[in-house]
Write a protein that binds this ligand. Sequence first.
Ligand SMILES: *Cc1c(COP(=O)(O)O)cnc(C)c1O
Length: 315
Amino acid sequence: MTQPDVGRIDGLTYPTGTAYMAGQYLPMSEARISVLDWGLLHSDVTYDTVHVWNGKFFRLDLHIARFRRSLERLRLSVKYSDDELRHILVECVRRAGLRNAYVEMLCTRGLSPTFSRDPRDAANQFVAFAVPYGSVANARQLKEGLHLHLIDTVRRIPPESVDPQVKNYHWLDLVTAQFQGFDAGAETVVIKDMNGNVAEGPGFNIFAVRHGALYTPEHGVLHGITRRTVFDIAEQFGIAVHSGNVSEDQLRHADEIFITSTAGGIMPVTRLNGVSVGNGAPGDLTQTIFRTYWEWHDDPAWTLTVDYDEAKHAQ
Ligand SMILES: *Cc1c(COP(=O)(O)O)cnc(C)c1O
């Protein structure tokens, strides 16, 4: 993978890109929020992430719809219509000139002018940005598979506490587990729910393949749009999908394992807690789903093409 371009300001290094906030498009390095924003102080914020591949957004409408549901559940408000949101996101990518981009929309509770502790006093703040595409897995890991560690000691925040369908930055469980995984020599981790079933990893869902069928957790995890795309691909190929509880045993006896995220797509896992998965190489089914996933990125039915032509947009 090529190193993303970086910009520098005040001695800090930023990925290049374009952000939109408070009605303005800005270079990424100038997009800042106050330290008093509830998004930072209380992780009172939701977001969604979509990607652009070869100049095309993938399933943008699903991401916008999920963002809307998250906003509603947290009683956050964004004044833009879906069309306006789409325009802002496209415009961030167009101005950044990125063919492959990681695009995020987020809304924080914002800041209350009096620093009151009542969330209703805060003015919600919408931010969008496009930066160079980033993946959970690097090029070698995509080819050879990731070394994953199933962590037992840190459990996913239960859905009764924080609704996992609201995409959120409550990541201390995931990040704590990540450090434990690194200590164990792994490249990434997956954690369990409070009942001991397999849940998800830092920003990705997980699938196990056994005897040609797919198994993926249903409860206590974010229903990723990549996960959903895997369901759609499986349907097309006549592959059975079981969405329900996935036990540690099922994962350990899987023929194949892969993880899914907007940041990386379909990513094979070839080692689990130091032990080879299947024959130790990305499995056939994983590779079929991987190929189809990226083929669908050229299908107009699933994509929105960014028009990078400057002249057309100049007013
Ligand atoms: C974003 C995310 C995923 C993956 O969702 P996609 O829509 O496929 O990108 C999975 N789990 C968590 C916790 C996430 O934040």
